[in-house]
Design a protein around this ligand. Structure first.
Ligand SMILES: [Zn+2]
Length: 311
C-alpha cells in the first residue's frame, strides 16, 4: 500500500509539473515586453530580422506523423445540421474561409513540426523546429476570462457574419474542448480548400498600458521567390485589414508583422492572418473584448475587409 501511495503521489506531482510547464497555458516566453497569446511566440515587426520561438526544446528525431482531419466532421465544420444553402448573389458566394479560434481549454504538451519546409531550404525555420501542439493562451486581467473563450465568442460571430454574406466557413473548433493541434487545424483548412484563414487571438503584455490590434502574416518561409510573393501579398492585404479593424473599433492600430514562428501560418497553403484582437492585459481593452458590441465591431471590420479587399 505504501508503494501504491507513493506511485499516486509521483503521478500527481508529474501532472502538476506538466500543467506548470507552459503548454497548459502558463506564460509564454517572449523576446520583448509584449506577449502575444498565439502559440508561444516572438514579436517580429516587418523588416526586422525573423527570430525563432523562445522555446529551447528542439527535437531532432523528426516530426510526428501528419494526421489530417477527415472531411465532414461535425465537430470541426461548425454545423451539426445540413450545410447552409449559399445564395450565389451574395458577395462572398463561392469563397471558402477558415475561422480558427485560437487555443483550447487544455494544451497539448507534445510537440509537432513548426513548418513543412526542410533544413536544406536554407531557411531560418525548418521542420526540425518543434513547438507544443496546442496551448490555452492568456487570460483577462479584469474579466479573468480565458483567451480561448473570448477567441471562440468572436470566431462564432465571425462565422455567422461571413456566412450571411455567402461564404462557406470552416471552423477549426466550435467549443473549447478541441484536441486538434495547430498543425492539424492548418491541414484541415488546406484539405477543405480554404483560400483564406482568420486566426482569432487576443494578446497579453507585462505592461498593462499596452493596447491595440496587430496582425501576423507569413515571413520568409522556404526562401523561395514564390513564398516571398505570398508574404508580400499577405502583408499588403494585412495592412488593409488592420486599417479597417482600427477604424471600426477605435482601437490603437499597431502593426502587421511577418513571422516564420507560427505553426498555424506555416502549414497553411493559403492567405492567413493571425489577428490579435486586443490586449487582455489592458483592463479596459480586456472588458471591451468580452463585450458583444465590441466583438461585433471587430467582426464587421473583418467582413468588410473580406468583401472589399480580398475578393
Ligand atoms: Zn492566443
Amino acid at each position: 500500500m505504501k508503494i501504491r501511495r507513493g506511485l499516486v503521489l509521483l503521478i500527481l506531482l508529474g501532472l502538476c509539473a506538466a500543467v506548470m510547464s507552459g503548454c497548459g497555458g502558463g506564460p509564454a516566453a517572449p523576446s520583448l515586453t509584449v506577449k502575444p497569446g498565439s502559440e508561444d511566440v516572438v514579436i517580429t515587426p516587418i523588416s526586422v530580422d525573423i527570430k525563432e520561438s523562445g522555446d529551447p526544446a528542439v527535437d531532432r528525431t523528426g516530426g510526428p506523423s501528419v494526421t489530417p482531419v477527415p472531411g465532414g466532421d461535425t465537430q470541426t465544420d461548425g454545423h451539426a445540421g445540413p450545410t447552409p444553402v449559399v445564395d450565389p448573389t451574395q458577395p462572398l458566394a463561392g469563397l471558402v474561409i477558415c475561422v480558427d479560434a485560437g487555443h483550447q481549454d487544455t494544451g497539448i504538451c507534445e510537440k509537432e513540426a513548426c513548418a513543412p519546409w526542410g533544413p536544406d531550404a536554407n531557411s531560418k525555420v525548418n521542420n526540425t523546429v518543434m513547438k507544443a501542439k496546442a496551448t490555452s493562451g492568456t487570460s483577462g486581467v479584469s474579466t479573468k476570462k480565458p483567451e480561448y473563450q473570448v477567441n471562440l465568442e468572436i470566431a462564432l460571430k465571425l462565422r455567422d457574419a461571413l456566412e450571411a454574406k455567402g461564404a462557406t466557413v470552416v471552423m477549426s473548433r466550435t467549443d473549447n474542448s478541441s484536441r486538434l493541434s495547430n498543425r492539424d487545424r492548418a491541414l484541415m483548412a488546406n484539405e477543405k480548400n480554404c483560400v483564406l484563414t482568420f486566426n482569432i487571438h487576443c494578446n497579453g503584455s507585462d505592461n498593462q498600458s499596452v493596447s491595440g490590434i496587430e496582425l501576423y502574416v507569413r515571413g520568409e518561409g522556404d526562401n523561395t521567390s514564390e513564398y516571398a510573393a505570398r508574404s508580400k501579398n499577405e502583408a499588403e492585404l494585412g495592412q488593409k485589414l488592420l486599417d479597417k479593424l482600427a477604424a471600426g473599433t477605435g482601437a490603437k492600430k499597431r502593426s502587421v508583422n511577418k513571422s516564420d514562428s507560427y505553426t498555424g501560418i506555416n502549414w497553411r497553403d493559403h492567405t492567413t492572418f493571425i489577428i490579435e484582437c486586443g490586449f487582455m492585459s489592458n483592463p479596459e481593452e480586456d472588458v471591451n473584448l468580452s463585450t458583444p458590441e465590441y466583438q461585433d465591431k471587430l467582426v464587421n471590420a473583418i467582413v468588410k475587409f473580406t468583401v472589399e479587399d480580398f475578393k
